[in-house]
Design a protein around this ligand. Structure first.
Ligand code: 5GP
Length: 195
């Protein structure tokens, strides 16, 4: 049951360090659950199926979409499909687990639209870079992407940065631990936990 559930939706441009902030948060507060999305993109070195993502073929993804297994889906960077699986979300939220979705801008908008229909309370959090130059530097240093992929990600980043005002809260990721603490403060407030 999602009714009455609270959901934290985390969005921010590629390279902003959302993943690192989540890891820092979960280290301090392992009771937080971060939803594992499905994607049709290839795994990056070190990524594990079922941990970072469920890596699916286009066909598998389309079948799940048809079967209504997603809360939302999006084509990200015009390159690959991503989607939030509904059942694990229901399982965690039904027992009151603080739940985070780390999804793109389109996904965040869709979840917000669907929230009322599903009886979900959603808090949207935008993770922002200290500056655009810093974001470019982080993306360039990642080194796991082709020039074309980097270009796409920067284009998407421009669009996402311009949408910051749509979010309930902005956290600037200039220090990972501080950003993680700020995220926890939001969870603590929403779930009535100790800050
Ligand atoms: P990456 O390929 O770098 O892991 O993720 C690319 C983008 O896809 C990120 O902005 C990430 O937030 C977004 N993303 C990951 N999972 C989902 C999902 O389930 N739904 C949507 N809409 N976006 C997602």
């Amino acid at each position: 049951m999602l009714r009455g559930g609270k959901l934290l939706v985390l969005t921010g441009p590629a390279g902003v360090g959302k993943g690192t902030v989540e890891v820092a948060l979960r280290k301090k507060h392992p009771e937080v659950w971060v939803s594992v999305s499905a994607t049709t993109r290839d795994p990056r070195p070190g990524e594990v199926n079922g941990v970072n993502y469920w890596f699916l073929s286009e066909e598998e993804f389309a079948d799940k979409e048809k079967a209504g297994e997603f809360l939302e889906t999006a084509l990200v960077h015009g390159l690959a499909h991503y989607g939030t699986l509904l059942q694990p979300l229901v399982d965690h939220m039904s027992v009151g687990t603080p739940t985070i979705l780390e999804i793109d801008l389109q996904g965040a908008r869709r979840v917000k639209e669907k929230a009322a229909e599903l009886g979900l309370e959603v808090v949207t959090v935008f993770i922002a870079p200290p500056s655009f130059d810093e974001l470019v530097r982080r993306l360039t240093n990642r080194g796991t992407e082709t020039e074309e992929q980097r270009k796409r990600r920067l284009e998407t980043a421009h669009v996402e940065l311009a949408a910051e005002h749509e979010f309930d809260v902005t956290i600037v990721n200039d220090d990972v631990n501080r950003a993680a603490d700020q995220l926890w403060d939001i969870i603590a407030k929403e779930y009535g936990k100790e800050a």
